[in-house]
Design a protein around this ligand. Structure first.
Ligand code: F6R
Length: 361
């Protein structure tokens, strides 16, 4: 039942404020400025013993893991990174007992992720799951974890589940941070930020008509460039994947500063750039990248907290805490992908060649 929406993708994009609310419900502990994650199975002493975090996933879940790794580094100051699960398991990785491994998956059935979990378990590692489907294979094989509570996701491409994964990483980062050096004041600041998310998501979605219009402006592109820096880079990668999947327009994602090391050669009016420009300590650096693109007569669509003069168009999103901004900045670009695909008459819920869960190698 699509409840009045023309596709599941559209329905699921619009379910995100409620989905995030569900991910937060019953988990916030105001008294100690932290969160309770019932199924984590990691006591304070275990949490403090973690020296490194390694996050494994595929596709969109891998991108959620990249944002999660940054949140964990920022809030808990634990070195963290994300890697595609298949790359990890094919390179005979060093499995370290002081590393906390986290497997991220919507379906909980993705073969490459499951096989990575099984390999890690065989080598004695501690593996947590960050999973949507309750009771799925990955949820069962892991030592504990977090259910992201996005609800059923029917569209082949992931939208609301991505958002809830990133929110869940925010909860985990806050939890790990509060067993370490994150102050009560910072804990309160992040909690207040998390609580603002559902309302801010609703605000972004209320802007849908503007994004539909923009999709019309860019639907003629042969190829699109997505750029971001640090917090914005995984947002750019996920937005680029979403556009490719549903519209079949070729897209590339690059860290903004890598442009001048090669991809700038591609910039011309037929290859517009989508730039993630949060109002944080890298704002001036990002503006400089916009200037470089403009100087090569590239068209620019910015997703930012304030209108960007160098951009042809800006989608303004509400500001949250710097660490949580990535959660919101990708949402208008889900709509951009959706409306671009719609304008092109694509089979949005079932893109060619793709399956909702990839249970083969
Ligand atoms: C992207 C998409 C895929 C999945 C990937 C992992 O929209 O749907 O990239 O994210 O196949 O699937 P899960 O999360 O079920 O392990």
């Amino acid at each position: 039942d699509m409840g009045g929406h023309d596709t599941y993708m559209h329905k699921e994009i619009h379910e995100q404020a409620d989905a995030v609310d569900r991910a937060l419900r019953g988990r916030i502990d105001d008294r100690f400025s932290t969160v309770h994650l019932g199924g984590l199975n990691l006591d304070a002493r275990d949490a403090r013993a973690v020296r490194r975090v390694k996050i494994l996933g595929c596709g969109t879940s891998y991108h959620a893991g990249q944002i999660g790794a940054q949140m964990i580094e920022e809030l808990a100051r634990i070195p963290a990174d994300a890697e595609p699960a298949s790359e990890f398991r094919y390179r005979n990785p060093v499995v370290d007992p002081d590393t906390l491994y986290i497997a991220v998956s919507q379906s909980g059935e993705t073969y490459d992720v499951l096989a990575a979990v099984q390999e890690l378990k065989r080598k004695g590692a501690r593996v947590l799951g960050l999973v949507n489907v309750v009771g799925s294979a990955i949820a069962r094989e892991t030592d504990g974890g977090i259910y992201v509570h996005a609800g059923p996701e029917v569209c082949v491409v992931s939208t609301k589940c991505f958002t809830n994964m990133v929110v869940s990483f925010g909860l985990l980062a806050l939890h790990l941070g509060r067993t370490r050096d994150l102050s009560v004041a910072d804990g309160k600041r992040i909690i207040a930020g998390l609580r603002k998310l559902p309302e801010q998501i609703a605000e972004i979605l209320a802007n849908e008509a503007e994004i539909e219009k923009l999709a019309g402006e860019y639907a003629d592109a042969k190829s699109m460039m997505f750029i971001g820096r640090v917090r914005g880079y995984p947002v750019a990668r996920e937005a680029s994947l979403k556009l490719k999947e549903v519209s079949y327009i070729h897209a590339e994602a690059y860290p903004a500063s890598e442009l001048k090391h090669g991809p700038l050669a591609l910039i011309e009016p037929a290859m517009p750039t989508v730039a993630i420009v949060p109002d944080d300590d890298l704002l001036e650096k990002n503006r400089a990248a916009l200037e470089e693109i403009k100087a090569r007569s590239g068209r620019i669509l910015a997703v930012a907290h304030q209108v960007q003069e160098k951009a042809d168009h800006t989608i303004v999103v509400p500001k949250n805490e710097d660490e949580l901004d990535p959660i919101l900045m990708g949402i208008p670009l889900q709509l951009l992908a959706y409306y671009t695909a719609k304008a092109m008459g694509r089979d949005i819920d079932k893109p060619r060649n793709l399956a909702k869960s990839v249970t083969v190698e």
